[in-house]
Structures are given as structure tokens and as C-alpha cells.
Design a binder for this molecule. Sequence first.
Ligand code: ZN
Length: 496
Amino acid sequence: MSAKLFEEVCRYARQTAAWASIDAVLGWDERTHLPPAAAEHRAEQSALLAGLVHQRWTDPTFGRQIEELAGDSDGDAALIARRLRRQRDRRIKMPKTLVERLARIAIVGQQAWQDARQNNDFPTFQPVLKEIVELKRQQAEAIGYDDCPYDALLDEYEPEERTSRVAGVLGQLRDALTPLVGAIQQSGRHPNIALLYRDFPIARQERFGRTVASAIGFNFACGRLDETAHPFCTTLGPHDCRITTAYDEHHFGSALFSILHEAGHGLYEQGLPVEWFGLPLGEAISLGLHESQSRLWENFVGRGRPFWTFYYPHAQQQFSALRDISFDDFYFAVNDVRPSLIRIEADEATYNLHILIRFELERALLDGQLQADELPVAWNEKYKNYLGIASPSDRDGVLQDVHWGAGLIGYFPTYALGNLYAAQFFAQAQCDIDDLDSRLAAGDFRPLLDWLRDRIHRHGQRWSAAELVRRVTGRELSIEPLMEHLRTKLSPLYLS
Ligand code: ZN
């Protein structure tokens, strides 16, 4: 292998990543501080950079160099070449006209979705959705697939994953979850969630959120926490990870749990090897794997008894509204499980059923088994079957998510995969770390973070998500750890 060639490929890829990270700075600014009137110019700036990054990826010389390196190297160099080739292949297989049409329809689609949602008027969105599905079908054909067109779309978010495998696992999850959620609903037991809707001064919420994010290991010397409308995490460079949250003065938890969620994403980003920034060994594996890190901290740690054993006295000290609420009432309230209409407000058990519904519907749309105009009816049927409820309006039904309008088909299952990976990793961490619960109950999060750093973060894209799960836990992805977690936690609250 030519060391010079390897160096050349790395240098080029790092420069491309530097350009892409400039776009990330603009994106972060857009979602946190940008004055509304500046949006148009920002879109122009962003499009310029995206075009430049695309041009660099598709550059023929770069392509030849990757090919040569892949054929004539071993170890990390071969791995990097193969991963780069994979990413590049997806880009060059798409005809330029299709890329442009998809970019345009994503903007038109989001606008149409926003209007339709506001006016509770699905029929105005329907023709745009029909066109989006058709273009996504063309995209799948251009990229190519083994079994079904959905494979080609899923691969963008969950590389090397297959629709058939995901459908199998999520089908099992549906069959196990539906009776559990049904039993919880029939139990007639509900926490008093009104306890969480009192006055919680925002300045105190922010202080508390920062303290918790720091305590679990988010490094503020290499990151920031800011306010936004829809919380997200983004990386702007090797030592610059930004997390965001939205505060609600009259609700305890929405900001805190979103901070835990985004800090979980941030811990993964901060744990990737800096020396490989811009190269596959310094980047996250997949959306599902990323989501596993956020869910692990948000739900498995943050909604757990040990976590609140440590933090509830601190929370009571910060917020006078909590002082007359017993630990048990509070703990039950933050673990409220009940079928609801809105995905982003769903609890950790029913959330997966919201995802299943979308996964099944978008596959049917792509296969042509379901037409866009049949979607609202099909949507409500599934909500009735899986969650026992139906939305009185399309606004809170089929129009609630931006994804399809933005052209994101194949994205939804990564949320449920994230929950499954998180459960399987957390169960393994419980085995590997001595007395993990006591450590968490003492506010000591270091052993868990060290474990995640060692088993997951530091490897970047060395393995696919499925392979990493096998390596870390010694078995294939399974629904059992998640079901076990939910049964163990929820049975004493609802069913005993
Ligand atoms: Zn997330």
C-alpha cells in the first residue's frame, strides 16, 4: 500500500468535512439565533456549500484514489477506503436532475405540509406527497437494492440494514407491546401528572439541566447548550458539539429530558476519536445507533429509580413546586404510560407503536399497496388497532410529522431501532459493571460513560450497527431486553 496515497485520501476527505462543518455552523445558527427575515439568504449560503461538498465527493480523481486504496491496502486504510467508497457510491448513482428535484420537493413539501397541518387540510398536501413518493421510488431505483426499494432508502440512515430484518424485529415488538400497553390501559391506574405542570422558573430549569448534563459527562469546554424550538444536537468540529433544548415554565421535565436526550447524542459525538474527524473512523455509525445513545441516557438512566434517588432531593431544593410531592408520586409521574395521539409526546413504551405505524405505512406507500389519498383512513385504522385510539383530526393524525413532507422516507424505523439497541446495550452494561444501579444512585455516571466510550464511541464506523450489537452484547438484536426493561419497570407501577 502506498502510504502517500492513504495520506492524500485522508487529507482530501478531511477538507471536505471541514467544508461540510461550515454548513453545520450555519445550520446551528439558523435553528438558534437567525432573524426570520434572514432565512432566504441563509438557504442560499447553505445550498452553495452543499453543492461544493457534493462536487468534492463526486470528484473522479477522488473516486479513483479510493478505488486504488481499497484494492491495495489492509487494516484501517482498507476499512476507510471501503466506507468512503460506499458513501460516494450513493452520491454518484443519483442523476443530477433527480438530486435537484428531490431538493426542491423537500422545500415545497415542507411548506405544503405546514399549510395543510395548520388548516387541518390533508387533501392539499396529498398531491405533493404523491410526487414525493414517486421521486423516492426513482431514488431507490437509481441507488439499487437487493430485496425491495425500501432497502435503498433505509440504507441512507441505517447503513447495511435490511427492511426484511427490521420488519421482522419490529413485528415481534408490536406483538409483545400491544398486550402490555393494553393491560396498562385496562389497569385504570394513572399517575397524577398534574404534579409536573406547576411553576418551574426557566433560569432554574436551565441551571439544573446544565448540572445534570455535566454530571453525566457532557463536556462544556467542547460544547454548548442553547435554546431552540425543536431540540437537536449538532457537531460543528472536532471539539465543538452543540446541544439545544426548549423550556416550558409550566412543565417539569420537557426541557430536562430533552437535555438528557441531546446530551446523550452529544456524549457519543464527544466520544468519537478526534484524530479521525472527517473520516469514517471518527463518525457515527447510523441514526439508529445515535438514537440508542440519546435514549439510553434519557430513558434507561434518566427515567430510572436510581437516577432520581440521587437527583430528586436536588430537584426539590431547586424547585419549590416539587417540595410537597413524594418521591413515589414523582417517579410514577415521570413514567406515565398511556396511549396518545402525538408521537413526540409519547412515553417510552407506546412510542415504539407510533413508529411501527409509520414504518408500515411508508413501506406500503413506496410499494404502491397504499395510495396517498388512502393514507388518513389507513393511519386511523392502525392507531385504533395498535393504540386503541383514533385522531379526531388529520392535524393530530397523519399530518403531525414533518418527515414525509421533507422527503424523509426510511427514517422512522431508526427511532425504534435506537430504543432496541439502547435496551440491549444497557442490559449488557448492567452485567459488565459492578452494581451499576448503586453507582447511578450515588450520582456516579463515570463507569457507564467509560463503558460506552470503550465499547461503542471510540470505534466510529469500524462496524455496522448490527455487527457492533453482536460484538458488544454477544448476540443478535432482540426485542427481549427492551420488553424485559419495560415489564420490570412498569409492572410494579401499573400491574401489581
Ligand atoms: Zn434523538
